[in-house]
Design a protein around this ligand. Structure first.
Ligand SMILES: O=C(O)CCC(=O)C(=O)O
Ligand SMILES: [Fe+2]
Length: 317
């Protein structure tokens, strides 16, 4: 089933109240029913998107030893270049963090790559705050509740990905393992290579590239806070055929010290048992990151939100 497309023009332009409410409603409903949607008229300039894509591509085209010089300098947030070495292929990434932190590492051989990727980072961060406010309104939470709860922007991350092409016989194999994003909201900018799929009611459905749109998906943190009203849909990426696939994934994150548990409004206050135990966000994140960076991690060591689920039979205890 095609994911919904939500037009954000009325939100960006602060136009009439009726259109604004309509957009908030459509956005919120898509988070409940799909956990995956597209947005149009999202306010990100086309020119900036194209420039960012072009420079990320130029970076990945540089020789290996030059890319390796962009290895992370910070152990807190490993901004910089990395490459996977697992059965899912040698996907490469360039991780960009909040520019003010000063952790970002870029090659001097690609002029303007820093300014450009840090510029799109800031735009995506604003979009994240806007979407968070829309969801806050849709869920009828106290004004600014989510933005006050999620008040640390230093953990936001932009991942620029390159999925290298594979031999013909391997095409269509999975190049990025199925997962839920752990964060609040993710914004995805794909190039024109297909491969992204999301899971709905047990089926895998392609999210085909569509120029002018940004894909948004809900993360596990929002699923837990809403007691599974909003869903963090699983997604995965198939290996590209005969060419590289590039994408940007911007993670509107939350601080590791935040205690995440279903809000009473979506549990006790409406007579529903909480579906998750409380946890510190970092507990969920750490096991995921370990897996991503160390292919030897065993599957059973990887935590996802289900790890904190309260079994149904315990609901009424
Ligand atoms: O490359 C994509 O389209 C998806 C990337 C993704 O799911 C992620 O980075 O979490
Ligand atoms: Fe993801």
């Amino acid at each position: 089933m095609e994911i919904p497309v939500v037009d954000l023009a009325s939100i960006i332009k602060h136009s009439n109240e009726e259109d604004r409410k309509k957009a908030v409603n459509e956005f919120g409903k898509a988070c409940l029913e799909f956990g995956f949607l597209r947005i149009i008229n999202h306010g990100l300039p086309d020119e900036l998107i194209n420039r960012s894509r072009e420079l990320a591509k130029q970076f990945f085209d540089r020789p290996n030893d030059e890319k390796l010089e962009c290895k992370p300098v910070s152990t807190i947030l490993p901004a910089g270049y990395g490459k996977m070495h697992g059965s899912f292929g040698c996907n490469e990434w360039l991780m960009v963090c909040e520019p003010i932190l000063g952790f970002n590492v870029f090659p001097s051989s690609v002029p303007h790559v820093r300014e450009t990727l840090e510029e799109i980072f800031v735009h995506l961060q604003k979009l994240g705050a806007m979407v968070e406010n829309m969801v806050n309104e849709y869920l009828d939470l106290p004004s600014n509740f989510l933005s006050q709860f999620n008040d640390d922007r230093s953990k936001d991350v932009l991942m620029c990905w390159r999925y290298p092409p594979v031999a013909a016989e391997d095409a269509n194999k999975i190049g990025r393992e199925e997962h839920q994003d752990t964060n609040c909201f993710t914004f995805l900018l794909q190039d024109d290579a297909d491969g992204l799929e999301y899971e709905k009611d047990g089926s895998w459905i392609p999210v085909l590239p569509m120029e002018g749109t940004l894909v948004v998906n809900v993360g596990s943190t929002i699923q837990a806070l809403t007691n599974k009203k909003m869903i963090a849909a699983r997604h995965r990426v198939r290996k590209p055929k005969g060419r590289n696939r590039h994408s940007f994934a911007f993670f509107y994150n939350i601080g590791g010290e935040k205690w995440i548990e279903p809000l009473p409004k979506f549990a006790e206050e409406i007579g529903e048992a909480p579906k998750y135990k409380g946890f510190f966000y970092k507990e969920l994140l750490q096991a995921r990151l370990k897996k991503e960076r160390n292919p030897l991690t065993l599957r059973e060591e990887v935590l996802d939100l289900d790890h904190f689920a309260i079994p149904v039979e315990d609901y009424n205890d």
